[in-house]
Design a protein around this ligand. Structure first.
Ligand code: SAH
Length: 371
């Protein structure tokens, strides 16, 4: 952990009581035994937490045990501050508040093949991408594993539906909160809890190359999604400051390593921004750099920029995106234009949190300390 990471320390690091929703079943066993309970109670508790149940609903645990859990432990599920439901496709967007009043967003989506939840990994983001709403006010802190898991548990409980897949594509850079995200992946995929298959989980990163290599060695075969957004260093550095630390060549080399180590095809996100990265030449250069740099199966997801007023950037029209896709395909690169779910509720992440922050700055309705 760097000094900077320590400075943004998580709630669990700042509170003395153990955050037991962040514990693995084995760790939980030691914890319940320390409270004078039988080890098998850990399994019951773990499965209740995966359902987002409050302590008083855990009826197969004795009342004195639940009292001890409340007294000696920390168990705070995210609270729904705001919920928007799309009239077009039923997508649900949540603004959750956390124990210290920080707010994060999650989006519940329904597809033909199942449901998927987009979760946040940090309150704010330090990466500074020029088009993104989540980073406008910087990073406030990392989320704990339980705060990430809690978004999934709370969404499953609220919708009454199973969450089949997870995308770590909400607010924050997951690989900038590495240890908590790895812990979350182990917890959410554990069959004693939510049991979401790792193959149904995607992790999206702006390109922290050394962390991509670390992830490849964790034995967690998640789909890696890399936010590329430009085919060359000059364009990419102008849009994404992280490129000055790890350039396109270094990033693609880490992606190739990930594929070689895990056998999982890497996918690339490419947000089309009018006049910045959306020309036919850009498409040609993107195809060349992927063929040259990856030399293994990959897929490009084209995203039409979701305009954020503060950034001054605009989105190209659909025709431009279609031309860009055809240009890639012509050069042998698979690409799809991502369908936008929940367009009527502004389902892309970062904007609700921003609105809340603005309300607070204007002395608005929120009585909470941060959001
Ligand atoms: N930090 C991670 C995950 C969060 S963002 C990452 O960078 O990948 C999820 C995706 O949405 C990323 O590809 C990001 O670049 C993209 N994105 C962010 N703001 C956007 C916007 N205004 N319009 C379209 N895509 C955006």
């Amino acid at each position: 952990m760097t000094a900077e990471d320590a400075a943004v320390g998580t709630v669990a690091e700042r509170t003395a009581r153990p955050d037991f929703m962040s514990m693995t079943p084995e760790e939980l066993e030691a914890f319940v035994v320390s409270l004078g309970e039988k080890p098998y109670r850990a399994g019951q508790l773990f499965s209740w937490m995966a359902k987002g149940a409050p302590l008083d609903e855990m009826t197969n645990l004795s009342a004195p045990f639940r009292k001890k859990l409340a007294e000696y432990g920390e168990y705070r599920l995210p609270v729904i501050e705001k919920k928007l439901v799309s009239r077009i496709d039923g997508t649900v967007k949540y603004l959750f508040s956390l124990a210290d009043g920080e707010c994060v967003e999650s989006v519940f989506m329904r597809y033909e093949h199942g449901t998927s939840l987009c979760v946040s990994s940090q309150a704010g983001c330090a990466m500074g991408c020029k088009f993104c709403a989540s980073t406008l006010n910087g990073r406030v802190r990392n989320l704990t594993a339980s705060e990430i898991l809690g978004q999934a548990a709370a969404a499953a409980r609220d919708t009454g539906e199973r969450v089949d897949g997870i995308v770590l594509m909400g607010i924050g850079e997951p690989l900038d909160n590495y240890d908590n995200v790895i812990r979350f992946l182990r917890l959410v995929s554990d069959s004693r809890g939510m049991g979401i298959g790792l193959r149904h989980i995607s992790l999206s990163t702006c390109g922290l190359a050394p962390r991509i290599r670390d992830l490849a060695g964790e034995g967690l075969p998640v789909t890696l999604s890399v936010s590329l957004h430009a085919p060359d260093d000059e364009t990419r550095s102008a849009l994404m400051p992280v490129n000055r630390r790890y350039n396109v060549a270094e990033l693609l080399s880490a992606c190739r390593f990930y594929f070689e180590k895990t056998g999982r095809r890497v996918s690339f996100e490419y947000t089309l921004i009018a006049g910045r990265n959306d020309s036919r030449e850009d498409a040609g250069r993107l195809a060349a750099v992927l063929k040259d740099g990856m030399r293994c199966p990959c897929h490009v997801n084209l995203i039409l920029l979701n305009e954020v007023a503060e950034t001054g950037l605009s989105t190209p029209d659909r025709r431009r995106a279609e031309e860009f896709r055809r240009e890639l395909e012509k050069r042998g690169i698979n690409a799809t234009i991502r369908r936008r779910l929940g367009s009527d509720i502004n389902a892309s992440c970062g904007q609700l949190r921003l609105q809340k922050l603005a309300e607070k700055d204007a002395g608005g309705v929120s009585e909470r300390p941060v959001c």
